[in-house]
Write a protein that binds this ligand. Structure first.
Ligand SMILES: *[C@@H]1O[C@H](CO)[C@@H](O)[C@H](O)[C@H]1NC(C)=O
Ligand SMILES: *[C@@H]1O[C@H](CO)[C@@H](O)[C@H](O)[C@H]1NC(C)=O
Ligand SMILES: *[C@@H]1O[C@H](CO)[C@@H](O)[C@H](O)[C@H]1NC(C)=O
Ligand SMILES: *[C@@H]1O[C@H](CO)[C@@H](O)[C@H](O)[C@H]1NC(C)=O
Ligand SMILES: *[C@@H]1O[C@H](CO)[C@@H](O)[C@H](O)[C@H]1NC(C)=O
Ligand SMILES: *[C@@H]1O[C@H](CO)[C@@H](O)[C@H](O)[C@H]1NC(C)=O
Ligand SMILES: *[C@@H]1O[C@H](CO)[C@@H](O)[C@H](O)[C@H]1NC(C)=O
Length: 926
């Protein structure tokens, strides 16, 4: 009895692991129940989980067990709690996590244990022990969404939950990237090395990520049976080029099976299935085929005739011998009993060959309690108390011991019981943000300060604050809680008066033992009025302020109508920022312009709207002079009216407009001169051969441009849609800060307001396909174009190219999407970045860019969301840069202060500019 009680008392639930001892970077190997550090035969360093003071450890003896980490385990009481290991991870990085369970009859029990494990709030697997000597292994591939990950044991159905080892293996960059990785984990079901030379699995160090590739000759029930006659092993010692996709190990790829009679067949049970999964085959041609021989074959899955049409020719698909080719299905429905067959095609000389195969099941991620973030903030204030360290989600799969939750799929916390937990300080404000809270127990602590406003917790029914040292008055909001039934505040040091009129007749209210506190029984209505009117005044004031803020915000947000620039009269085009200028645009004389440009001597660019010349004013100010091409502008007054409005748009990331000139039949716009020319030139112009811009600089340029666009979209009323964003419209100043050029011009460049909506404008390669088809212009069309610019920044490739993207692909979007979706980010990264970047920050931008170029505008993010992502990528990159410091000459590479480059605008001579009306706009164009 006594010892049991002690055990329960000592149940501190934190199992927090520090990865400092991991020898291989990104590896954590935890020997549960172990006593000492050790290095195993593979060279992996194991650390005991000996820092935990609860659960119990046991040594087991299993006749044929060979691995030391399996000889110890930690087991937990069979109660209704969860027991969580919390591991440090790097956010936005993919990991393999592996948990092992070797029962070894540790508890001499007649029933085998059965319990659940979860990763965070997501149920991972049920562990059902059916044999004393068999190691149960569970593996999961996941993208870390925060800096820690929790593995929890719970739901002891029979026996006691236990665990033998826990391993965390970090993946590189794009390995196992899936488009749905924010919604699904990959639960590993089969990873098979075909043609293996022994029964032993291939793993670390042969596999740098320590995946376990099971041998196909391993004898296991329902594992690779029904093997076709004529199946033979082949192998090679030649190195295989595996540096792509999932990077399977050399050793796995150097062996294979060949169906010498024309087919390969297998059947196996897929744990976790039926369901939707990720299934890939790994091929490399490792036999010597004579020049007239081919090896072509098809995959046949029973009941899936579609699949049969696909045929594989390894050597051709991999573009050579001894090279990896990894075809597969990112989402395929598979049964529990999988039979598959590779059959040679009629025109093939050799039978099919298979090196390896991997099948993972999609596991839907449970986002966990809606209160997860709030409560995480609360417990982080109590780093040294047991109750705050239970780990994992507060509600799922089972709630913390002091918490109760609603039963919704995304639960809310309904009850908090922290009675007699020795709490000091003020009542944590986080508690007032738990909007689902029904019961709050904080009695018997040493809480001080006043009682906070709980008016956000409308469901509160029962509040226990008694036996603390709370001071101040009871907030009247407490009595306005519509559901409050019980309120206990006795034995505190509260003061003030509460009018009895406020007290609900059904309320149980205990306030004894507070020296200066009383309930006003007579004259209550008088006090009530005073309190009421004060509160009323404050509420009124607040309401006024709020409605101002809201109206202000409402103005900044575009409404459906506001999205169409052209649908609104130009008079409404005003900046809503405080910078609203009252000046009219400066009108230059033609003579002035002629002088400044020395009679249009130096042409620095040309584009859709006109030719740009360099100029220098008498006062030394450098200018860029744009002579608009079209001479069919509206009358002089309309022109000056519109440029006046244009001149009111000021933002540090928009090229400054200085003035205009309309004389001699010419329409001229004058801008600030940008010394470093266009982004385009720096990405793939002749300049890049000497010095390319670093990744961090590219991110800063993206940030600057996004800020400029954000201002056009949200800072101007009505919204200004640029309509012609491209890398040649992003200009760089002396300090390589970027500004957006040519905004608002598309509006000027039309011959009369009535036709605006029927004309599609933009530049091929940047043009939003949805706008092209529907001709409905929204700010999301700019987001599309900006997505293309982000892809250019990553890849250093032009938006449209006849050569760069391989056959049948001229378009950067198609090309980049296919690489990114197949996880091959390396394949699109600009080689001139020389690997000086953090791959995570590139991933961040690549993923956002792909969102920006979604075919439907509604699926694209707003420019503000994109900006936020860019800023996060910048902070990742800065962090990485700081770590790289010392062996990098980035800085010298970054600062391009070109004296030879006079700068230019709109050097888009080669870009076909689209301007046609609806009769020829066909939805086929991309
Ligand atoms: C294991 O190694 C780590 C550091 O490498 C050390 O801090 C820890 O005390 C060691 N544990 C044991 C049980 O020796
Ligand atoms: C378990 O084995 C370790 C050595 O590996 C030993 O130090 C420890 O005393 C053993 N524990 C029990 C309970 O036998
Ligand atoms: C021990 O042998 C049994 C079969 O006798 C096998 O199922 C089990 O996997 C083996 N355990 C280990 C750790 O090798
Ligand atoms: C606990 O396990 C049982 C049996 O495996 C299962 O039916 C039940 O749903 C599980 N409970 C929870 C809360 O996961
Ligand atoms: C991860 O990628 C980097 C660079 O892309 C490479 O140098 C390194 O060897 C890779 N690590 C592993 C374990 O493959
Ligand atoms: C896989 O496809 C099915 C059916 O199309 C769909 O319901 C499911 O959400 C997809 N799963 C993933 C992970 O994409
Ligand atoms: C209560 O908290 C105080 C200060 O944090 C500490 O000194 C004391 O030991 C705690 N008492 C108990 C019973 O935990």
């Amino acid at each position: 009895m006594e010892s049991r009680l002690l055990l329960l008392l000592s149940l501190s639930l934190l199992l927090f692991i520090n990865a400092s001892r991991a020898q291989v970077p990104g590896f954590v190997s935890l020997d549960c129940g172990g006593k000492e550090n050790f290095t195993d035969d593979l060279g992996l360093e194991w650390t005991p989980d000996d820092k935990f003071m609860y659960g119990e450890t046991t040594n087991i003896t299993v006749a044929n067990a060979t691995r030391k980490q399996h000889m110890t385990l930690r087991h937990f009481p069979a109660d209704n709690r969860k027991y969580c290991y919390t591991l440090d991870v790097v956010t936005r990085t993919r990991y393999l996590i592996r948990a092992t369970f070797l029962y070894g009859n540790f508890d001499n029990n007649n029933v085998y244990p059965k319990f659940d494990i979860s990763l965070g709030a997501t149920h991972w697997s049920s562990i059902v022990i059916s044999d004393v000597n068999t190691v149960e292994v569970r593996e999961l591939i996941f993208l870390a969404s925060s800096s820690t990950v929790s593995v929890c044991l719970s739901n002891a159905t029979t026996g006691q939950p236990f665990i033998s080892s826990l391993e965390l293996r970090q993946f590189n960059g794009s390995v196992y990237y899936t488009a749905v990785e924010n919604q699904y984990f990959l639960s590993v079901s089969a990873r098979i090395n075909f043609g293996a030379d022994s029964d032993l699995p291939v793993r670390y160090p042969d596999d740098p990520f320590d995946r376990i590739w099971e041998s196909d000759s391993l004898k296991k029930a329902n594992y690779l049976v029904d093997v076709a006659a004529g199946t033979e092993k082949v192998s090679t010692l030649t190195r295989i080029n595996v540096n792509r996709d999932e990077m399977p190990p050399q050793k796995v790829m150097q062996t294979a099976v060949v169906g010498t009679k024309g087919d390969l067949t297998y059947r196996l049970n897929l744990d976790g299935f039926p369901g939707f999964g990720w299934a890939f085959s790994y091929f490399a041609e490792i036999e010597d085929l004579s020049s007239d021989e081919t090896r072509k074959f098809r995959l046949v899955l029973p009941g899936m005739p579609d699949i049969t049409r696909l045929s594989v020719n390894i050597q051709e698909n991999a573009q050579g011998k001894y090279r990896l080719y990894e075809p597969g299905f990112t989402n395929i429905s598979l049964p529990f009993v999988l039979s598959f067959q590779f059959v040679k095609t009629a025109d093939s000389a050799r039978g099919p060959l298979l090196n390896a195969m991997e099948i993972n099941k999609y596991l839907r991620i449970n986002d966990g309690s809606l209160d997860g973030t709030i409560i995480a903030g609360l417990v982080s204030n109590y780093p040294s108390t047991d109750w705050a360290q239970e780990g994992g989600d507060p509600c799922l799969p089972v709630p913390w011991s002091w918490v109760q939750c609603s039963s919704d799929p995304q639960p809310r916390i309904t009850s908090i019981v922290l009675s007699q937990k020795n709490l000091t300080g003020k009542i944590p404000l986080e508690l007032t943000k738990l909007t689902g809270l029904v019961e709050l127990w904080l009695d018997g602590n040493s809480l001080t300060g006043s009682i906070p406003d709980c008016s956000g917790c409308e469901n509160l029914k029962i509040i226990h604050l008694e036996n603390n040292q709370l001071t101040g008055e009871l907030p009247s909001s407490l009595f306005h809680l519509p559901n409050l039934r019980e309120l206990y505040v006795q034995n505190n040091m509260l003061s003030g008066t509460v009018p009895s009129g406020l007290l609900n007749t059904n309320l149980i209210f205990n306030y004894s033992g507070n020296i200066d506190f009383r309930v006003e029984r007579r004259g209550g209505s008088h006090i009530k009025i005073i309190i009421g009117s004060t509160v009323g005044a404050v509420v009124l004031l607040l309401a006024t302020i709020l409605s101002c803020i809201f109206m202000h915000k409402g103005k900044k947000k575009y409404s459906e109508e506001d999205q169409l620039v052209q649908s609104l009269p130009p008079q409404k085009l005003v900046s809503s920022s405080s910078e609203v200028a009252t000046e009219t645009a400066h009108c230059f004389s033609f003579a002035e312009i002629e002088d400044a440009t020395r009679k249009f001597e130096k042409k620095i660019g040309s584009g859709g709207f006109g030719v740009v010349y360099y100029g220098k004013m008498i006062d030394g100010k450098e200018i860029a002079v744009k002579v608009l091409t079209s001479n069919s502008y509206q009358g002089k007054r309309e022109f000056s009216n519109e440029v006046t409005l244009l001149s009111r748009i000021h933002h540090r990331n928009l090229v400054q407009f200085h003035g205009y000139c309309q004389e001699e039949g010419k329409s001229i716009l004058v801008y600030e001169f940008m010394h470093n020319g266009t982004l385009k030139e720096h990405l793939y112009g002749p300049l890049t051969r000497e010095r390319s811009i670093s990744w961090i600089k590219r991110l800063e340029i993206a940030e600057d441009a996004a800020k400029g666009i954000e201002y056009l979209h949200t800072g101007c009323v009505p919204t200004i849609i640029h309509r012609d964003l491209k890398s040649s419209n992003i200009l760089l100043d002396k300090h390589m800060r970027a500004k957006v050029a040519d905004f608002g011009l598309s509006k000027l460049a039309v011959d009369g307001a009535t036709h605006v909506s029927s004309i599609v404008r933009g530049t091929v390669g940047y043009l939003d396909p949805e706008y092209y088809i529907s001709q409905q212009l929204t700010d999301k069309s700019d987001v599309y174009s900006f997505g293309v610019i982000l892809l250019e920044l990553i890849s250093g490739q032009e938006a449209i190219s006849n050569e760069s993207f391989g056959v049948n692909c001229r378009n950067i979007v198609q090309w980049a999407r296919s690489h990114i979706e197949s996880g091959d980010i390396q394949g699109i990264i600009d080689p001139s970045l020389h690997n000086e970047f953090d791959i995570q920050s590139i991933w961040k931008i690549a993923e956002k860019a792909i969102m920006c170029v979604q075919s439907h505008g509604s699926m694209r993010p707003s420019i503000s969301e994109v900006l936020k992502e860019i800023q996060e990528a910048i902070s990742i990159e800065r962090g990485a840069e700081a770590r790289r410091e010392g062996h990098s000459d980035d800085m010298s590479k970054n600062s391009i202060h070109s004296s030879t480059n006079l700068g230019s605008m709109d050097l888009g001579v080669s870009e076909p500019y689209v301007s046609f009306d609806e009769s020829i706009a066909r939805p086929t164009a991309r």
